[in-house]
Design a binder for this molecule. Structure first.
Ligand SMILES: Nc1ncnc2c1ncn2[C@@H]1O[C@H](COP(=O)(O)OP(=O)(O)OP(=O)(O)O)[C@@H](O)[C@H]1O
Length: 299
């Protein structure tokens, strides 16, 4: 649905995107994460046809995006820097969107009025930043997009509105199989909503993964043996991290859960608990092994 292959982008001599690959399947919610300057907005500006790449392909719905008006009309884009025409009220903006986007849905626009509760006769530029973002969500959802590309979408929204917006996105994906890409600094916030995640750092895509697969492959385990920790276990299992807390070991182990448990059980532990692992932790241990200072990347 969204496909980026070997994408390079230079600003002068500076390589802002370096051989980036990205795949977002239809009907999925993809979280694009990375620290300031990682290249998220630059990548998004290629996905929305604003920038032309130096090398590589950028396709949405099987078509190249750049200078493709048909594809652009199917994309709902919320940029990090909002722009509205001066003097336009929400109603004026809605009429403008209605003219530009052929799939505009008036019924949905009217329905969403009750969710956002902002007077549509107000001038958009006079609204607070958070309210302007709400207006953009309202308009974007009303164009019935096939693809939504959201750059830091909930920044500036209050907690209640964040919840409402996440719900609207999830509902839209469930009902219409919309494909969504969301950029954020915050893995924790994306964890509950995304099914795929890509982590960018210094213009590169470090890791792209399906969350369920990723989570089912790394386990946090608390274990204690009557005697010393069996040294064989270090050879038999892929232990990414080991810490001793009194007589109990805290371990991060990669691999199949059943196989890991049966291997530990061979040596008769007196305690064996499998603890929940957050997405942040999965990435820390997965990428830590690759030599990245992952805590600097994620937090
Ligand atoms: N128009 C431009 N001209 C020159 N350099 C640019 C331009 N746009 C972005 N860059 C550079 O490209 C790099 C990536 O910037 P980008 O805005 O894509 O990062 P980001 O991941 O979105 O960061 P943030 O989380 O801070 O929004 C940065 O080093 C930035 O300075």
């Amino acid at each position: 649905m969204i496909r980026v292959k070997n994408l390079d982008k230079y600003f002068g001599n500076f390589k802002a995107l370096d051989n980036v690959n990205l795949n977002v399947p239809k009907g999925s919610i993809y979280g694009l994460v990375g620290p300031n300057g990682a290249g998220k907005t630059t990548l998004i500006k290629h996905l929305t046809g604003i920038y032309k790449q130096n090398n590589g392909d950028v396709e949405i719905l099987g078509e190249k995006v750049y200078e493709n008006i048909n594809i652009k009309s199917k994309i709902g884009y919320i940029p990090d820097d909002l722009y509205f025409f001066p003097q336009y009220t929400i109603k004026n903006m809605a009429s403008y969107y209605k003219r530009i986007y052929s799939d505009w849905n008036e019924e949905r626009y009217q329905k969403l009025k009750k969710v956002f509760e902002i007077d549509e006769n107000k001038k958009v530029n006079k609204l607070s930043k958070g309210m302007q973002k709400q207006v953009l969500f309202w308009l974007t959802l009303s164009i019935m997009p096939k693809v939504m590309i959201l750059d830091e979408p909930i920044d500036g929204l209050d907690p209640l509105m964040r919840k409402k917006v996440w719900n609207l996105i999830v509902e839209d994906v469930a009902e219409r199989e919309t494909t969504v890409l969301i950029s954020s600094h915050n893995l924790k916030e994306l964890e509950n909503i995304c099914d795929h995640v890509g982590i960018m750092h210094k213009g590169k895509m470090l890791i792209e993964s399906n969350l369920d697969e990723l989570k089912s492959d790394v386990h946090k385990i608390q274990i204690a043996y009557k005697n010393d920790f069996p040294t064989n276990l270090d050879k038999e299992l892929k232990i990414l991290y080991k810490e001793k807390r009194g007589s109990i070991y805290l371990l991060i182990v990669k691999g199949n859960r059943e196989k890991i448990v049966s291997t530990f059980n061979k040596y008769n532990p007196i305690i064996l608990d499998i603890l929940p692992l957050s997405l942040e932790e999965v990435f820390i241990y997965e990428l830590g092994g690759a030599g990245y200072e992952i805590t600097n990347i994620i937090f």
